[in-house]
Design a protein around this ligand. Structure first.
Ligand code: SAM
Length: 302
């Protein structure tokens, strides 16, 4: 069991310790605090302070007192169940580290599956128009921009606190739009012209128990009403209106929505609806295409 008092004393003798010992102690402390990924989190925090990647941590010079103090403060914050990404100040997504903190949803690795699915769909399109609805930190928009510097990317977000982080992460190259992603007025000028919509909206059914780390995400980013579909239901119609004929959408959803979300996409008039699972086999996202010839007449379907 971690002993808070002895941790302070131990830190007084840090000059005798290397990162390996400090990480081991921190991992014990995080385990005692109920952190599942205690060892990995301790290593990430040590890497952040040492300024090295995980492969090099074993060879990093022993930390001085300032570094140990900083490490100890970060471990204490993580032990209080602040998300690791908030403690570090960034979250990795695709090939970038995005700035995150209070008021914005921390991007999750499984959302990268939408990017993997989408990029090949843009392969034959020059200067594609891409819309990230419910953009949060801008994870999806940023990933597309990383891979397709020719894309025109729009990122829609409703919450002022999230917009602060979104503007910071998409300072160059994307258009940040403050508004309700479900409203027909939002990006109306793009109706029938969008090549790709990516969206990871709030979708957790209200009342679902969540870990302290998920509870640190804004409730408006996580919960989607009693059945989790309050945002998705109107959103699919907005998506159908935005897409050009032949345009594609990928929408992330709760693992209880493996049938409901594909059915909503069909009801919105979209074709080629496919349900996808994540790497642990859980229903995770659905994709669809707007029927029609890309060169044909454009116009909303809903
Ligand atoms: C689950 S988070 C996803 C953020 C980001 N796309 C990602 O994958 O990390 C959902 C985001 O949608 C925003 N949001 C919720 N309802 C919205 C609405 N009606 N219009 C625009 N944004 C909305 C929330 O503020 C939050 O930032």
């Amino acid at each position: 069991m971690w002993d808070e008092a002895s941790y302070g004393e131990e830190v007084m003798r840090v000059d005798e310790k290397d990162w390996r010992e400090l990480v081991r102690e921190a991992a014990d402390r995080l385990t005692a605090a109920g952190v599942d990924s205690a060892r990995v989190d301790a290593e990430w925090l040590a890497c952040e302070v040492a300024g090295v990647d995980r492969a090099r941590l074993a060879f990093a010079p022993p930390p001085g007192p300032d570094a140990v103090r900083r490490f100890r403060d970060m471990v204490a914050a993580r032990a209080a169940r602040r998300p690791l990404q908030h403690v570090i100040g960034t979250a990795p997504f695709w090939r970038r580290d995005l700035a995150v903190g209070q008021g914005v949803f921390i991007p999750r690795p499984e959302t990268e599956l939408l990017v993997e699915w989408a990029l090949p769909r843009l392969a034959g399109t020059r200067r594609p128009v891409v819309v990230d609805l419910c953009a949060g930190s801008g994870a999806l928009a940023s990933a597309v921009m990383t891979e397709r510097s020719d894309a025109r990317v729009f990122a829609v977000e409703a919450e002022p606190a999230a917009l602060h982080w979104l503007r910071r992460n998409l300072a160059v190259g994307a258009e940040v739009v403050e508004g309700d992603a479900t409203s027909p007025e939002t990006l109306r000028e793009l109706d029938g012209r969008v090549d790709l919509v990516l969206t990871n909206p709030p979708y957790v059914p209200e009342g679902t128990p969540v870990s302290p780390e998920v509870a640190a995400d804004p409730a408006t980013a996580v919960f989607g009403g009693p059945d989790g579909l309050d945002v998705i239901r109107p959103l699919v119609h907005r998506v159908a209106a935005l897409l050009r004929p032949g345009g594609n959408v990928a929408i992330e959803h709760d693992d209880t929505h493996g049938e409901a979300v594909p059915a909503l996409l069909v009801a919105a008039g979209l074709d080629d609806v496919v349900a996808h699972r994540d790497l642990s086999g859980r229903p995770r996202f659905a994709t669809a295409r707007r029927a029609g010839d890309p060169g044909g007449p454009a116009g909303p379907t809903a």
